[in-house]
Write a protein of this length. Structure first.
Length: 221
């Protein structure tokens, strides 16, 4: 059984959110915090490219949006995952984040021991189907449509050292319609993501999550 870090119950859980896109998921979390339906505080937003930083800052004017440019760690010798990860986690530690939320973050990370079982990801399909390297955004929804699946949805799972393979925490479903395009399906899936991610964060914050091998369980409040 994996021991999850204890989150102090006398304050909101502190979140570091990592993104590679425009920050729509962060906006959803920030709105729910403002509405009082999610007892959390976003202490860091970290982008992996300048375009994402610019888009996210426009969408999140009340938050400071940082940048660790992935391209700066790429060379002919390959991607320096350790150097990139070290800088990302130094910012996460500086923000004193209790939990790291990957929100369309497209760069693989080397997870240090002090953040094991403290990182979750949301994936726009029902894992373990339609996951793995390269399966993100529109690519996922296109694959779902091409497969003929009648149900899609989203998955919140713990992140480990490979893509989309950590224990599944929450899944929510939606129908795949006969006339769907990747864009229309993505919109329906995102509606479920907006519910699933806050639910997962709150369960972790309240200490209601246990992990035994591959099985993550949420206790009822």
């Amino acid at each position: 059984m994996h021991e999850l870090p204890l989150i102090p119950q006398d304050r909101p859980i502190r979140l570091a959110v990592l993104i590679s896109g425009g920050g729509t998921t962060v906006r959803n979390l920030a709105d729910r915090i403002a509405q009082g339906s999610l007892n959390a505080q976003i202490t860091a937003v970290i982008c992996s490219n300048p375009k994402a930083q610019k888009l996210a800052q426009a969408k999140l004017p009340e938050l400071q949006v940082g940048l660790v440019n992935r391209k700066a760690y790429a060379s002919e010798a390959g991607f320096d995952i350790k150097g990139f990860s070290d800088v990302v986690f130094s910012l996460i530690r500086e923000a004193r984040a209790d939990l790291v939320c990957l929100a369309g973050f497209l760069s693989q990370l080397q997870i240090p021991d002090d953040y094991a079982w403290r990182i979750i990801n949301i994936h726009p399909a029902l894992l373990p189907a339609f996951g793995g390297k390269g399966m993100h955004g529109r690519h996922v929804h296109q694959a779902v449509l091409q497969s003929g699946e009648k149900i899609s949805g989203c998955t919140v799972h713990f992140a480990d050292q490979t893509y989309d393979t950590g224990p599944i925490l929450i899944q929510r479903t939606c129908p795949v319609l006969a006339d769907d395009t990747p864009d229309t399906l993505a919109k329906r899936v995102f509606e479920q993501e907006c519910l699933a991610y806050p639910e997962a964060i709150q369960a972790i914050a309240q200490g209601r999550v246990t992990i035994n091998g591959r099985l993550a369980t949420i206790d009822t409040p």
